[in-house]
Design a protein around this ligand. Structure first.
Ligand code: SF4
Ligand code: SF4
Length: 102
């Protein structure tokens, strides 16, 4: 899979805009910052987390990463803010907080 670079400057035309909203190659969605439109994001409280991995298992976007220390962390690059991880967490270790407007 190759990552294309968009042209910039006066040579850039509408023909150079990449096709959106479709997966053009197997796995190509992994290259995209798909979590940008999220309005809330999950925050993990490590004091409560028991490292069970349910947040990782249930995340529909596979956005929760297993870290080397055994804790799990949602990746904002992909996380859509659906809140499922917070709902399934048996320790109530995940809180959904509002994203700030940029
Ligand atoms: S579901 Fe909750 S307790 Fe389990 S690993 Fe995720 S944050 Fe930790
Ligand atoms: S909020 Fe939704 S998309 Fe984000 S990590 Fe939790 S389950 Fe995954």
């Amino acid at each position: 899979m190759t990552e294309k670079r968009l042209k910039t400057g006066p040579d850039f035309t509408w023909r150079d805009i990449e096709v959106g909203n479709i997966v053009t190659e197997v796995g190509s969605a992994a290259l995209r910052r798909t979590g940008d439109w999220r309005s809330q994001r999950p925050v993990v409280d490590r004091e409560k987390c028991n490292k069970c991995g349910l947040c990782w298992l249930y995340c529909p976007d596979a956005a929760v990463e297993l870290l080397e220390d055994g804790y799990y962390e949602p990746d904002p690059f992909y996380c859509k803010g659906c809140g499922i991880c917070a709902s399934v967490c048996p320790k109530e270790a995940i809180t959904m907080i509002e994203e700030e407007e940029k």
